[in-house]
Design a binder for this molecule. Structure first.
Ligand SMILES: Nc1ncnc2c1ncn2[C@@H]1O[C@H](COP(=O)(O)OP(=O)(O)O)[C@@H](O)[C@H]1O
Ligand SMILES: [Mg+2]
Length: 251
């Protein structure tokens, strides 16, 4: 595998006079377990929005498999393999876990139309949904309504749905936010254990989770990359410790 799976070059974004992305050169490799960290307001969410196409950059470009996708709409990027989960809950709360995941898989397969779908195709959808559910250790909840599940498990369902799109790249903006720490470890371990052909970029504040999950870390400060490296390099970086990690790693 040569080159990056997803890459940005000199990516810039301004909101009026505020420069939120300042010349970001970033690469996400195939199979990556990559964390993006930095203080509140650093521009992390904006950066993910630029990757997905929710926002257009002021200048610079986004490349997927070396191909310029900067001007592609969000839906087109999803079709090419860039999936994300949102912080906003988008699940059908009255439907079961299995039903929710089936809807995502059926959408991707272009198998809408419910009862008119050939039975063989329907079996394929259910089998794939069941496999995804199992991969996130949600099997015991497959028949339960999403609205009845604890919040942490609902986040896992969101991830199952994103995986139903069969992505090459999965972007997760604070997936563990609002989850008790015991559950957040389960969540992050499930994400870490995803098939290695899926590259994962995660924004996360909990440094325990970040250092347990990531094989590469990028530190964003004031819209620019402040440091980038292996967890060991980032932990040993005095400037990063001074501006962001503080005493979080000294304990
Ligand atoms: N749509 C917007 N319009 C104006 N300013 C914005 C918009 N979105 C984000 N910002 C500002 O951009 C900066 C970076 O925000 P954000 O990307 O959400 O940071 P982070 O996710 O790192 O906390 C913040 O100062 C925020 O107020
Ligand atoms: Mg954010």
């Amino acid at each position: 595998m040569s080159g990056a799976l997803l890459e940005t070059r000199a990516l810039c974004k301004s909101f009026g006079a505020l420069d939120v992305a300042r010349g970001i050169d970033f690469r996400l490799d195939a199979g990556a377990r990559h964390a993006l960290i930095g203080p509140n307001g650093a521009g992390k969410t904006t950066f993910v929005n630029l990757l997905t196409g929710l926002l257009q950059p002021s200048s610079g470009c986004v490349l997927l498999h070396g191909e310029d996708v900067t001007r592609l709409a969000q839906a087109r990027r999803v079709k090419r393999g860039i999936a994300r989960t949102f912080q906003i809950n988008q699940l059908f709360r009255g439907l079961t876990v299995l039903e929710n995941v089936c809807i995502a898989v059926a959408e991707r397969m272009g198998a809408g139309g419910g009862m008119w779908r050939p039975a063989g195709r329907r079996t394929e959808v259910v089998q794939e949904a069941a496999r995804l559910i199992e991969s996130l250790k949600l099997d015991a909840d497959a028949g339960r309504r999403v609205g009845e599940l604890p919040y942490g498990r609902q986040r896992l369902v969101e991830i199952a749905i994103a995986l139903g799109l069969n992505p090459r790249v999965l972007l997760l903006d604070e997936p563990a936010a609002g989850i008790p720490s015991a559950e957040s470890h389960i969540l992050l371990d499930a994400i870490a254990a995803l098939p290695t052909d899926i590259a994962v970029l995660i924004i996360e504040h909990d440094m325990d989770l970040v250092f347990r999950f990531a094989r590469r870390i990028t530190v964003l400060v004031g819209g620019a990359i402040f440091a980038d490296g292996t967890p060991e390099e980032i932990a040993a970086n005095r400037e990063v410790r001074a501006v962001y990690l503080g005493s979080a790693l000294d304990a």
